[in-house]
Write a protein that binds this ligand. Structure first.
Ligand SMILES: *[C@@H]1O[C@H](CO)[C@@H](O)[C@H](O)[C@H]1NC(C)=O
Length: 521
């Protein structure tokens, strides 16, 4: 009896999980982003929370406590951002192009989402209540107005890493003297010219964001939440909503991006999307288990489909793979591939995390997306990067510098060049392998499992109603006040006045003495 009572108490105490209602916003439809966000949704629902998600991509599996509001049709990413262009052009390696690309894409996808029928209907509802808004932090700021509508605190998830504006949302001004812009790869102390470039890029980012991009987002929010103004009165600006974000969970880790000064409400959660490996599909597992010289895994991610690459490059890759003693798993999205060598397995769907976790994997050939990069670091797999756009160049350069990777531009791929790099990474130089294992050890050595830490912060923000006690007062200061520019201006003005008075006084005195001298003459 007693034991039963004790058991009952234990069971009851385990269930003191309060179920909250969470509105999850994922208006950007990049497939890799969604793969990461899904893990948070799954975890939240498994812990008993009710999640309503506005998303362009379906969750797929059945999930309890989950309601989907589908952005249908999804934004035509491929039309505005064609693969053939990405495969053939070098322009996406320009930092300024990449910046403007983010803004353009952000404005277009945010507007597109609002305009679809399901979201329109959702906007009209006023019978709902939410305890927390969780949003992807990816150029969707107008969507933060949902938090105002439901009077709910905000946690955002930055899938791509840090940006200076995240500092500003937490009241911190980034020191451009020693913190490189998010698109730059300066790792060691910046020299004079690097600092100049950093300041120019960061200033352009700041000014365009503040005076063009955010006002556009603001206008969009006012347009789609216009009805709310009549009911709730004054609508806050998107800028002030951004400053009200309670916690930003950032897909970043010091082994890839150097640490930077930060607030406790900017939390590194890289690796949160990595789960313990699941068993591989039978055929794939056998193919890998039986590889005598290891396996090379080749995937250009969910967006840069291998099947869309120019045919001559595909033939080069097949030829090089046929010369290797390793086996190769190639994620290739169609059946239109011929003369596949025996040591190559073509697969439309690849459970990337489970493949990289396999002990036989000796190399990952990747486009350098943030998620795959962390997966290879977590599992300690040397990597050959073929970066295309966005943060991929930066990730590649950082990984090369940390010693476990090499990179090559897609345009530079020839039979000789890529063959030599594969040999270097897998055979002639053991240093890559050793370094990959060291990084894996560092990456896993954390105070808490990053997913658990993420959930902790979301629940914490719910429990403490936005946790305003963690918000740094710097957020209320203008740039002029923050940098003491007003004070410096006052001091300078004072100095000018004093100098003026002194000079006037001296001149008078000089005049007087010369008057006196005149008298004596
Ligand atoms: C994460 O949290 C869950 C649930 O509280 C717990 O069972 C698990 O052991 C935690 N994992 C780690 C690695 O701390």
């Amino acid at each position: 009896m007693k034991i039963l009572a004790i058991l009952a108490v234990i069971v009851a105490s385990l269930q003191v999980v309060h179920s909250s209602k969470i509105l999850f916003l994922a208006p950007f439809n990049g497939p890799s982003h969604w793969f990461m966000l899904k893990h948070f949704i799954r975890e939240l629902t498994e812990r008993g929370h009710e999640v309503t998600c506005l998303t362009a991509l379906k969750f797929g599996a059945k999930l309890d406590n989950y309601t989907e509001v589908l952005i249908e049709p999804p934004y035509p990413l491929q039309a505005s951002f064609p693969l053939s262009e990405l495969y053939n052009s070098q322009s996406y390696s320009s930092d300024f192009n990449n910046l403007f690309l983010y803004w353009r894409l952000g404005l277009a996808t945010s507007r597109h989402g609002f305009e679809t029928a399901n979201v329109q209907n959702f906007l009209k509802r006023d019978d709902l209540h939410f305890d927390l808004v969780v949003s992807e932090q990816f150029f969707q700021e107008s969507w933060l107005m949902f938090a105002h509508k439901y009077n709910a605190p905000i946690v955002t998830i930055s899938t791509y890493g840090y940006s200076d504006f995240m500092d500003r949302a937490m009241g911190l001004l980034t020191s451009w003297s020693c913190v490189p812009h998010m698109l730059l790869d300066y790792e060691s102390k910046m020299n004079f010219f690097q600092r100049v470039y950093n300041v120019v890029l960061s200033t352009v980012d700041y000014l365009v964001r503040e005076y063009y991009y955010l006002p556009q987002m603001n206008k969009m929010a006012k347009e789609f939440f216009g009805g709310l103004e009549k009911k709730q009165g004054f609508l806050p600006s998107v800028q002030s909503l951004e400053k009200s974000i309670s916690v930003i969970l950032i897909n970043s880790h010091p082994t890839l991006a150097k640490p930077r000064p930060k607030m406790i409400t900017l939390v590194d959660i890289a690796g949160a999307h990595i789960r313990p490996p699941k068993p591989l599909p039978h055929e794939m597992k056998r193919f890998m288990d039986e590889a005598k010289h290891g396996v090379i895994y080749f995937s250009l991610g969910a967006y840069m489909q291998s099947s869309a690459m120019p045919v001559e490059k595909r033939l080069i890759l097949l030829k090089v793979f046929s010369k290797l003693k390793q086996r190769v798993i190639w994620k290739f999205e169609t059946d239109q591939i011929e003369n596949v060598p025996d040591n190559v397995m073509i697969t439309k769907w690849a459970p990337q995390n489970d493949i990289l976790a396999h002990e036989k994997v000796v190399l990952f050939i990747s486009h350098g997306g943030q998620f795959g990069t962390f997966e290879s670091m977590y599992h300690g797999v040397p990597t050959l990067f073929i970066p295309f756009f966005g943060d991929q160049h930066r990730n590649a350069i950082r990984a090369v510098r940390s010693g476990y990777a090499a990179k090559i531009l897609f345009a530079d791929i020839t039979e000789e060049s890529i063959h030599a790099l594969i040999l270097e990474l897998t055979e002639s130089n053991r240093q890559y392998y050793r370094r990959a294992k060291e990084i894996s050890f560092l990456f896993r050595d954390t105070i808490a499992n990053p997913m658990n830490e993420s959930i902790f912060w979301m629940e914490y923000v719910i429990r403490h109603k936005g946790a305003p006690h963690l918000k740094f007062n710097g957020v209320n200061y203008s740039v002029v006040e923050y940098l003491l520019l007003d004070l410096i201006a006052c001091v300078l003005l004072g100095v000018v006045i004093v100098i003026g008075v002194v000079r006037l006084f001296c001149r008078r005195k000089a005049n007087k003495t010369s008057d006196k001298q005149k008298k004596y003459e």
